[in-house]
Design a protein around this ligand. Structure first.
Ligand code: 13P
Ligand code: SF4
Length: 314
């Protein structure tokens, strides 16, 4: 089907089925352009909890679909390509994480949203990159905390809060690859450029940042900043919304160390296509299904995150 026909059909099916399309900033441009809501992981969870649509088409990766389903168990949640995983979530298997918790008794467990439902079920409170700092700070200073699975985000939060959380040794393959050397070279060409860095990047890259934050925070900073040039060290899908909201500004994707790999794209995020969105809506599949008992355990730390975020106005 031609692109315009696909878009028309998606819009028709959306109305017919009372469906809503939610997309993460890392999705392909053409998916961002047809989405009803586009946001970061926290915003997607907040929308999923509140929507009155019957069907949520979650254009993101599997854990985002799971989170939406856990928050809205009576709705049908579709992820256009259900094989869209996440290397960070994969780096933390529930059985191993449970063993880690068992070996370190007396700790509260904070997990990044980039985890499976099974890992969330082992967790006291979930965080995203938007609220991780504030949620960690909401615990007493002497609270012993296990933080998983992202060691880079954990190290960053430790450094800004002065905490000493025990970290799971996981990472995202996209954010790990940004190169200090190449960002410094770019800064020689664009000395006035501001460097925007997602906290999943290595500490050496974070140390170059003018702004460290979630995708939503980086977007807001870029739009409101007096600067006109930005080097962006996160998945390149965010550049689409940045360019849309600030068309007069220049956004340069930070290069990976290995130039032979195409761009800083998340291959999982890019698995969803317009065609797959159309098929998902038409066939109402692939659907995210979660065992009821697991869902009832996993919802508690996510609901706790949403409550704290609401109190904090996030
Ligand atoms: P955000 O919390 O910024 O949406 O990050 C999600 C993610 O997958 C980063 O790799
Ligand atoms: Fe996971 Fe990294 Fe892709 Fe985000 S960018 S979904 S953390 S693999």
């Amino acid at each position: 089907m031609e692109k315009m026909d696909l878009i028309n059909e998606i819009n028709r099916l959306k109305i017919e089925k009372n469906a809503v399309i939610m997309a993460h900033y890392y999705q392909r441009k053409e998916i961002q352009d047809i989405a009803d809501c586009i946001g970061d992981s926290l915003a997607l969870a907040q929308w999923a909890a509140k929507t009155d649509a019957d069907i949520i088409v979650l254009c993101g990766v599997h854990f985002m679909g799971e989170t939406a389903k856990i928050l809205s168990p009576n709705k049908k949640v579709l992820v256009p390509d259900v094989a869209a995983g996440c290397s960070l979530a994969d780096s933390c298997k529930a059985a191993e994480f449970a063993e880690f918790i068992r070996k370190n008794p007396g700790h509260k467990v904070i997990s990044y949203v980039n985890t499976t439902a099974e890992v969330k079920a082992l967790t006291d409170v979930v965080v995203t990159s938007t609220n991780a700092r504030q949620i960690v700070e909401s615990f007493p200073e002497d609270e012993k905390i296990i933080f998983g699975p992202d060691r880079n985000l954990g190290n960053y939060i430790n450094s800004v809060t002065g905490r000493n959380m025990l970290l799971w040794n996981g990472a995202c393959h996209v954010h790990e690859q940004f190169s200090v050397r190449k960002i410094e070279k770019l800064k020689e060409v664009y000395p006035d450029a501001k460097v925007l860095v997602h906290p999943e990047c290595k500490g050496s890259v974070v140390s170059l940042a003018d702004k460290v934050g979630s995708t939503a925070a980086l977007l807001k900073f870029a739009v409101n900043s007096d600067s006109n040039v930005f080097i962006v060290a996160t998945e390149s899908g965010i550049l689409h919304e940045m360019q849309k909201q600030a068309p007069e500004k220049t956004f340069i994707p930070a290069p990976p160390e290995d130039s032979s790999c195409a761009l800083n794209d998340c291959n999982y995020m890019k698995m969803n296509t317009l065609e797959k969105v159309y098929n998902a809506l038409k066939n109402e599949t692939p659907e995210i299904i979660i065992d009821k008992e697991l869902s009832e355990k996993a919802v508690k730390p996510i609901a706790r995150m949403l409550e704290i975020s609401e109190k904090l106005g996030l």
